[in-house]
Design a protein around this ligand. Structure first.
Ligand SMILES: Cc1cc2nc3c(=O)[nH]c(=O)nc-3n(C[C@H](O)[C@H](O)[C@H](O)COP(=O)(O)OP(=O)(O)OC[C@H]3O[C@@H](n4cnc5c(N)ncnc54)[C@H](O)[C@@H]3O)c2cc1C
Length: 62
């Protein structure tokens, strides 16, 4: 649950950061691009968000 919440929140925050910076947010010259890539991939490794939701749902008998 903590992994799902932390990584999805990081992804949302990074997307907001990129949006605020406009084009610079996507440019490799700025750290934001790396933060976004890192945040997005964190919702994949160590168990994707979809699979985390499956596991959490099953643990509640859903
Ligand atoms: C940077 C990085 C580092 C990694 N490090 C390691 C490591 O150290 N050790 C290791 O063992 N592995 C590692 N991995 C692999 C990682 O664990 C897998 O990429 C991850 O488990 C997802 O598997 P997959 O890539 O085969 O995607 P897939 O399983 O093919 O999934 C593709 C998409 O389909 C979705 N999906 C799949 N099945 C379902 C389902 N039943 N219901 C709903 N949606 C579903 C997934 O959520 C995902 O969005 C790493 C991956 C990355 C990107």
């Amino acid at each position: 649950m903590a992994k799902l919440k932390a990584t999805e929140t990081a992804k949302r925050a990074a997307l907001e950061g990129m949006q605020m910076m406009g084009g610079y947010g996507c440019a490799t010259e700025y750290d934001m691009e790396r933060h976004l890539r890192t945040a997005v991939v964190s919702t994949v490794y160590g168990g994707t968000s979809e699979i985390q939701r499956e596991i959490i749902g099953k643990s509640y008998g859903l």
